[in-house]
Write a protein that binds this ligand. Structure first.
Ligand code: INI
Length: 157
């Protein structure tokens, strides 16, 4: 029975990162974490497109566009939505999650979901610290695994 798995090295593959500017004191750190993970996976800095968008709501449409036009091996989606006192939080989170899922399925390009949805600034900052527990780092590692899984599957088709 054939078994397929992704790899930890993605040398030679191109990636895109879509990052929301809203709460950039957090998303900038998620971006640093994602870049660190891609470097650890031997992805060349020149093989990386970085797209800044206004907020988490806009991440999915930019992810869809970059996937369709530049055909990266995977897209890493980064953002930070912090709960306020209104239902706005739920709408943005739901739109972001469903939008990224739909963009990945419709383009066939794997997308990693590194959009934090937290109850407080403290929870967001905790998830954007240095090292592998940074959620941007984790999302980039998921993107590497999914991209290389796809390469492994295509090599056998
Ligand atoms: N966008 C975020 O990325 N995080 C938030 O916490 C947030 N809040 O709280 O409103 C937020 N709003 C902006 C939204 O993503 C869109 O940019 C805006 O609605 C314009 O479409």
């Amino acid at each position: 029975m054939p078994t397929f798995e992704g790899r930890q090295s993605a040398a030679g593959l191109r990636f895109a990162i879509v990052v929301a500017r809203f709460n950039d004191f957090v998303t900038g750190r998620l971006l640093s974490g994602a870049r660190e993970a891609l470097a650890a996976a031997s992805v060349d800095a020149d093989a990386l497109d970085i797209l800044w968008v206004p907020g988490a709501f806009e991440v999915a449409s930019a992810a869809h566009h970059v996937a369709a036009t530049r055909q990266p091996a995977a897209v890493i989606c980064l953002g930070c939505v912090i709960r306020g006192g209104t239902p706005h939080f739920e709408y943005i989170c739901q739109a972001a999650a469903q939008g990224v899922t739909s963009a990945a399925l419709s383009t066939g390009v794997p997308m990693a979901f590194g959009i934090l949805t937290t109850d407080s600034v403290e929870q967001a900052v905790e998830r954007a610290g240095p090292g592998p527990s940074n959620k941007g780092y984790e999302a980039a590692m998921a993107a590497v695994e999914m991209a290389t899984l796809r390469v492994a599957l295509e090599a056998r088709s």
